[in-house]
Structure formats: C-alpha cells, structure tokens
Design a protein around this ligand. Structure first.
Ligand SMILES: [Zn+2]
Length: 249
C-alpha cells in the first residue's frame, strides 16, 4: 500500500524574520518556559509541562549524532514553541511569516526556534525540525534553498525512511525530478518527505559524508560538489534505488 504521511513538516525563513522575537503569539502562553540542557520550551493553549518529556528523551537519543553527522561542534540552546490549537498555530504563522501552510505541523522560525503543533508524533517532529536547525548552523542561508535538499537532510537525519517498494510512483518507475521536488508545500508537493531519505542515502553511499555536508554548504550545487549534472544525478539516483531496493524483485 502507498504510505501517505499524515503530517507534513516544512520550514520557512527569511532574513526579515530573524530579528523578530520568538515569543509573540495569539495562543496564550500558559507557563513559564521549561528548560533542559539544550532546549527552552514555551507552551501555549494550556499544554502541560509534561509534554516536553518525550521530546527531551527523543532529542537526547539523536542530538549528538545529528551534530556529528553535519560536523557541527556545538550549538546554542534551541527554542521550542508548541501550540495545541491549530487555528492559533496557523494564525501565528501567518502573522509572523506573512504566509501560512495549512496541514503543516512544524516549521523553523529564525535560526534557532522550532515551532510545533501538538499533533502526530510530536517528539519525532521535533527531531525533524531540529535537524533543520543544525543544517542552518552549517549554512545559515540553507532554509528552503533549495527545498529538495533542505528536506532531504532533515528526513534523513530524523530517520524518515520509507521503503521505495511502498511508494507507488517509485514502484511504477516514475521518479520525481529535482525541479518537481523543489515545488512549494502549498502547491501540494509532499513527495520530498517520502523520498528525501533516499536522496541523502544516495549521496552518502555514492560519494561521502563530507560531500553531503558540502552539499549543505553549497546549497546543493550538484555540479560543483558532486561533479555531475542534475540530469546525471537524477538518473544515478534512480539507478541506486532500483539496484538497492528493487533488484531481484
Ligand atoms: Zn522539514
């Protein structure tokens, strides 16, 4: 069966937003911020402090690995803001970004603030968004630039593997182009969340972890970092997935 994600993650940033306070909202801040070694939480809409426990545990399982993967030696404390009311979450996104993304459950605000809606597996969603934060510390101009690799890194680092045999268009031999994967969240492009892991895996297995990090540093300049054209990359990725996951039926 085709596996469709029930939640979507995205991130938007602009230098305009980087200087704006992280704490304005139309949801009601109901508690004093809760802190851990690496995170400061702000909870809205009546959410209890206990909601942070699973997030902190999941982060502890992934924090050092993600920093190590992306060659980031250390990080300042990351802010995590969580809403329970989806209307508040969307309204505050619209107010602060100038645009909102219906169906989204998380995004990055500025360079070190994660914003989450309390839906789905929120601890996992936090790790996905945290991977975005770490990648921004590699290249602070990386957010959605380009979108396909921005999400490929976050899906890979947060372990969002979908077996290609369960992705209907891959099983049918229809592989999305990089241009297609770059199209906007609000145009209904969610494929990057399904295949992002496989794109990162292709780069790391075929080139190296160093090339993978260099791709972040150079905003996914395929020709410069990997030494091939985008068309060759697309064909090579298809061949990689076919060989690794479909060979032998
Ligand atoms: Zn994302």
């Amino acid at each position: 069966m085709f596996y469709l994600r029930v939640f979507f993650l995205m991130a938007v940033t602009s230098p305009l937003f980087l200087i704006i306070s992280c704490n304005n909202n139309t949801g009601t801040l109901n508690t004093e911020p809760t802190e851990s070694d690496h995170f400061t939480f702000s909870l809205y809409d009546g959410l209890p402090n206990s909601i942070t426990t699973s997030i902190i545990n999941e982060m502890n399982n992934n924090y050092d690995r993600i920093l190590n993967d992306l060659n980031v030696p250390s990080l300042q404390k990351t802010k995590i803001e969580i809403w329970d009311d989806e209307a508040h979450f969307q309204n505050d996104m619209k107010r602060d970004l100038g645009v909102n993304y219906p169906g989204s459950s998380g995004y990055i605000y500025g360079l070190n603030c994660i914003r989450l809606l309390n839906r789905g597996n929120i601890a996992h969603n936090a790790v996905h968004e945290f991977a975005h934060i770490v990648s921004l510390n590699v290249n602070n101009n990386f957010a959605n630039n380009p979108r396909w690799f921005w999400e490929a890194v976050a899906t890979y680092e947060s372990g969002e593997f979908n077996n290609p045999k369960n992705i209907s268009y891959l099983a049918a031999g229809n592989y999305p182009t990089i241009a297609e994967l770059n199209s906007n969240f609000n145009s209904g492009n969610y494929k990057i969340y399904e295949v992002g892991y496989l794109l990162s895996e292709y780069i790391i297995d075929t080139w190296s972890k160093i090339s993978y990090v260099n791709m972040i540093k150079q905003n996914a300049n395929i020709e410069s970092v990997l030494g091939i054209t985008t068309q060759q990359f697309e064909a090579g990725w298809k061949n990689f997935v076919m060989t690794k996951y479909f060979a032998g039926g």
